[in-house]
Write a protein that binds this ligand. Sequence first.
Ligand SMILES: C[S@@+](CC[C@H](N)C(=O)[O-])C[C@H]1O[C@@H](n2cnc3c(N)ncnc32)[C@H](O)[C@@H]1O
Length: 151
Amino acid sequence: MRLIAIGRMKDAHERALIERYCKRLDPSLTITELPDGRGAPVEIKRREASALLGALPDRALVVALDLGGKVLTSEAFSTRLSGWLETGRTVCFLIGGAEGFDASVIERADATLSLGSLTWPHMLARIMLVEQIYRARAIACGHPYHRSGRP
Ligand SMILES: C[S@@+](CC[C@H](N)C(=O)[O-])C[C@H]1O[C@@H](n2cnc3c(N)ncnc32)[C@H](O)[C@@H]1O
């Protein structure tokens, strides 16, 4: 799996959180960071889209993290992720920059995913996505990390 994201995660505490989940993930997750685009908002989105789409490997199965994306429960996300992995294509999660995605990214995406209707800073969205990928794999493996019971 790959996570391709705009922006460099400089904060050591944020990086430690990502590492906490990544080191236990199977299959592994490779993170690629791309520079923030420059210029007016439209130009930033266009440049970032070009970099994001240009970083995709052949036959990538693209999942774009977007506010307008699909809202799933962790269990449903786990089922989806298992299905995506079974295709044999490289599952690539994309996270945008401060301006969000150019429409071309959403058009290329095989799926979109929302972390809810609140807007999160892209570094927090990255941490939450990695935790949800870890949780999804724990659910798929029957690992007790995820407790499905609700009060
Ligand atoms: C600060 S947000 C961009 C906000 C931008 N105004 C927009 O409407 O997309 C930066 C990135 O974090 C991710 N993100 C932030 N909140 C999200 C959410 N609730 N669901 C999914 N992705 C989110 C998206 O990839 C987004 O492109």
